[in-house]
Design a protein around this ligand. Sequence first.
Ligand code: OGA
Ligand code: MN
Length: 279
Amino acid sequence: MRLEPITPHIGIEVQDIDLREPMADEDFAKVRAALNHHSLLLFRNQRIDEGQHVAFSRRFDPLLGHVLKQFLKQQHPEVYVLSNVRENGAPIGNHKEGWNWHSDLSYKTEPSLGALLHALEVPPVEGDTWFSSMHAAWEALDAQTQALIRPLRATHSYAGYYGKAFADRAPLSQAQKAATPDVSHPLVRTHPETGRLSLYVGEDVVKCIEGLPEHESAALLARLNAHATSERFAYRHRWRAGDLLVWDNRCTMHRATPYDDVAYRRVMHRTTVAGDRPF
Ligand code: OGA
Ligand code: MN
């Protein structure tokens, strides 16, 4: 196994690994350490099936389902599908998921530790995914801003995200809403394994910063989101079929980008690793 950093602040490629084979414990320990220190792992040319994807994902920790159950694979409900493809009149996956900066499942009390996204079919151009290091973003803030935001908390809302991202769809059902109540998280969180701090924000999913008048909350949120997603902390991944990306949701944000969804198919499988409560 060889490790090649992608950028100085985020991402490392793991080479000479075939994820169809069970990974030795000692190699997995290196992969886990690389995730903690580089926040994003890339494995190219992985011809894994759903079962192998799930088996590798489980090595990180238990897996989570999703409130949009229609996009989970029947045989492997740990696999959530993102796609523009329709079969028999119904979408096979959630289209336009994550087209805004976010950290997965931040709208839950215990958000996701990380996710493993496997590219099955990708358009020849565009449909890239941006990743940004929230450690780098936090560390680049001036001391005054750091002191101001360190004690603050924000409200994250799935219903708010859904209403903005999927305004053209039927709204969430009462049961789906009840399953995703708004939650409060610190604006600055500690990586539970390394102790390093990071900024914990997000575009549509963060409703407000608590305890501030509405206009101040909106202005500070806009400023922090703009800072967090600045290109100097980011990496743009140009997908090839067979890529598997693993990211650490505790210290990164990501955003999918548009593509020609009439001409091309994009089919991505995601597993989502359970995490703990941000502090
Ligand atoms: C995700 C996600 C972005 C993409 O899988 O969590 O946000 O580019 N995906 O599909
Ligand atoms: Mn996502």
